[in-house]
Structure formats: C-alpha cells, structure tokens
Design a protein around this ligand. Structure first.
Ligand SMILES: Cc1cc2nc3c(=O)[nH]c(=O)nc-3n(C[C@H](O)[C@H](O)[C@H](O)COP(=O)(O)OP(=O)(O)OC[C@H]3O[C@@H](n4cnc5c(N)ncnc54)[C@H](O)[C@@H]3O)c2cc1C
Length: 378
C-alpha cells in the first residue's frame, strides 16, 4: 500500500483550495488502486478519488476520510471490429491530453477537439467531457469499473453510464450523490483511422470555432494545435504563470431549459440544441391502422443557453472581484471562477453565490455548478 504524507488539496486541485486530509494513498498501478479501494471500503472509510484535481472544488476543512490519488498510466492501441476504426485503451490515471496527443499522432480521429482539457482519462467519463462540439460519449466504447457495492471489477459498456451533458451515473452533482459509486480503472475509445492528411472537418460547432467554412479540410494535428491556441487565449489551458487558469474550467454549466423558458430570455442570449434534433417516428400497429395518419405531436426540444452570457448580462463582467477578495472571475472568460492567489474555498463560494443570485434575480434561472464540490456549500 502506497501511503503518502497528506498534503493540502490546494496543491492538488487547479482551483487551489482545500486542506490536507487525514490520510492519503497514492496508487501507481492498477493492482494498487484496486487493493487500496477494496481495503478502504471494507473498513467503511470515506474515500475521495482524485485524478488531476481539475474538476474539484475542495472545502477549507480537511476531508474526513482518505484521499486516493490515481497515478496509474498506460496507453494501448487495439484492433476494432469496425472496418476503418481502431480502439485505444487508457489507464485511469493517464493524462487526458497526452491521450489526445497519442491519438492524433496515430491518425485516429474523434477526440482531437478535446485537446487541452486538463485531468485524467479515468475522470473523463465522470462528466462526459466535451469541447467544441465533441463529447466523450461519441467515442467511448466501454470502461473498466471497480464498484464499491461488490468490490468487483467489470467491463461496463458506455451506454450503461448514462452519459449526458456534463453528467453520468458516476458524477456526484452538487446536492446529490453519484448514482453508481464506482472507480474507473480504464477507458476504451473507438476512433476513425483517418491518417495524418487533411480531411473534411466534421461538426458545425468545431468548424465555426476554428473559423473554417463547411467545405474546409484540415489535419488532426492542425485541429489540435488550433484548439489549444484558442483555449489558451481564454485561459482554458493550465499555465502556472497565468492566474486566469487557476480555476476548474467553467464553474457553472450552460443551463438546460425548456424552449418555452428560453423564449423568455433576451433573443441575443446564445443557445444551442441539447441533442441532435431528429424527427419523431409515429408507429401505428397494422391491426389498428384505419388509413389515417394522425398529425405529428408537436414536441419542443430543450435548449442549452449560455451561462457566460447570462453572467455578463447580469452585470458581472470578466475580472469581477469583491474588494480585498482573492477570488475573482477570470479576466478572459466569464464562466471561470479563479483563485487569484491564496483564496480560501469560502471566498470562492461567496463569489459563486453572488453570481448565482444575480443571474437568478435577472433571468429567473438558477445556475448549477459544474465541478464536484467536496465540503463546500453554495
Ligand atoms: C482550465 C480548465 C479547462 C477545462 N476545460 C474543460 C472542457 O473544455 N470540457 C470539460 O468537459 N471539462 C473541462 N474542465 C474540467 C476538467 O478538466 C474535466 O472535468 C476533467 O475530466 C477532470 O479530470 P480530473 O482527473 O482532473 O478529475 P478530478 O478533478 O480529479 O475529479 C473530478 C471528479 O471525478 C472523480 N474521479 C476522478 N478520477 C476518477 C476515476 N478514475 N474514477 C471515478 N471517479 C473519478 C473525482 O472523485 C471527482 O468527483 C476544465 C478544467 C480546467 C481547470
């Protein structure tokens, strides 16, 4: 067992908050990770698993239990049963962006638009990470999970994880616990084997973000480099020299609202469909078909609206800070709450509450935090 001297979670999380827990273990291999978790669960200990700490908002009081640091690594290219595709398996602790770099080098298409997202491969399914129109759900085939309930390792198909917009059965959303208490040991992706040349760029959102017209072609490497450069300008690539990146990325999720509610918001507020909008199919059993097809049932899909726009138009601009507070909005992105140096979790939580309250008062909707909150109340 790799017991390690507990250090403050502020040194392990990108939002740079959190005290040292009572106990800390580090798992360098999958065997260590499985053995440590089984032991802790058998002892009835509370466990907090940490990968890159880039989606965690840790409180000022020490976590009352054991922190397990997932430091496993390894990538493997595997054949796919689908022609023209290959699979890549990554150990949970492997750096996500190193995985993306590997797939791009291999000429495998499917996650290049998610370049520059911090954290580990194992945490990627937890909130179904996504950027520029790509989401993990599009390429994830299966994960290996260790379940607390059984202590067993199983191969779980991606469909069983209920991957949705920044959610899955593994995510502990603020105010609730995860539907399935399990730790990801590895993930397996299925990617199109397109090679290193230029190809049409799939996805309107990606093309728009990269300034490409619909007929444009680009290599995976060009997309990766351009995405990283675009993200860096918004403070969305970790950089020790830039306090605008001392964040958990987007602190609030884009809000998913009904179409009717979206119409009450100013028309300038950016909005996108939540999922692919397909025409509903009407099935009429032959036995009851009387020759008439009923008119289609009007169905209005939910809409995702820009939380950054709502924040800025509630009067809270980039760089906003309370006097003397060490917490502030990023000067580059209104969705990123940042630690300007030594801010406590309480200071960041105060800012988050203020923003949420202003948006609610102005637009009538309550923004939900995206990171996992441990020992923090909003
Ligand atoms: C600058 C910046 C930019 C970001 N941009 C994006 C973005 O574009 N898109 C996006 O989706 N996210 C983004 N994020 C959020 C974050 O990078 C992702 O959510 C990432 O997947 C978190 O990985 P992690 O290893 O750091 O997870 P951690 O922060 O270590 O953990 C997050 C949660 O997952 C759990 N967890 C960690 N590892 C495992 C495991 N192996 N098995 C089960 N549970 C586990 C933890 O217990 C915790 O509940 C950004 C964050 C930052 C700081």
């Amino acid at each position: 067992m790799a017991e390690t001297a507990p250090v403050a979670l502020a040194t392990l999380t990108t939002l740079r908050t959190g005290a040292a827990p009572e106990r800390m273990l580090r798992a360098q291999t999958r065997e260590e990770l499985v053995a440590e978790l089984r032991m802790l669960w058998a002892e009835g200990d509370r466990v907090l698993v940490i990968g890159g700490g880039s989606n965690l908002f840790a409180g000022d009081e020490p976590f009352d239990g054991t922190v397990v640091l997932v430091r496993t690594s390894g990538l493997e290219r595997l054949p796919s049963p689908r022609e023209g595709y290959a699979r890549v398996r990554a150990e949970a602790g492997h750096d996500w962006d190193a995985l993306v770099a590997f797939t791009v080098e291999q000429g495998l298409q499917g996650i290049e638009a998610m370049s520059g997202i911090p954290g580990t491969a194992g945490a990627a399914p937890v909130q179904n990470i996504g950027a520029y129109g790509q989401e993990l759900v599009q390429t994830l085939v299966e994960v290996e999970l260790l379940d607390e309930a059984t202590g067993e390792v199983s191969v779980v198909p991606a469909e069983d994880l209920k991957l949705g917009f920044r959610t899955s059965v593994l995510k502990a959303h603020y105010g609730s616990v995860a539907e399935r208490n399990a730790v990801v040991l590895s993930i397996t992706l299925e990617l199109a084997d397109v090679g290193s040349g230029e190809h049409p760029v799939a996805g309107a959102q990606l093309r728009q973000s990269l300034g490409l017209d619909p007929s444009a072609s680009a290599s995976l490497q060009w997309i990766r480099d351009t995405v990283i450069a675009t993200r860096a300008k918004k403070g969305m690539v970790l950089d020790d020299a830039d306090p605008d990146t001392y964040s958990a990325g987007s602190f609030f999720q884009n809000a998913v609202v009904s179409s009717a509610f979206a119409r009450t918001l100013p028309p300038e507020c950016p909005r996108w469909p939540v999922s692919v909008d397909v025409d509903p199919v009407t099935v009429i059993p032959l036995a009851v078909f009387d020759g008439r097809v009923p008119p289609p049932v009007a169905h209005e899909p939910d809409v995702k609206v820009s939380a950054a726009w709502l924040i800025e138009h509630a009067g809270i601009g980039k760089g906003f800070r309370f006097p003397r507070s060490r917490a502030g909005l990023s000067t580059k992105h209104a969705l990123a709450l940042t630690n300007r140096g030594g801010a406590s979790a309480a200071e960041l939580a105060e800012l988050a509450r203020f923003i949420r309250g202003r948006v609610q008062a102005e637009f009538g909707l309550v923004l939900q935090p995206e990171p996992v909150l441990v020992g923090v109340e909003l």
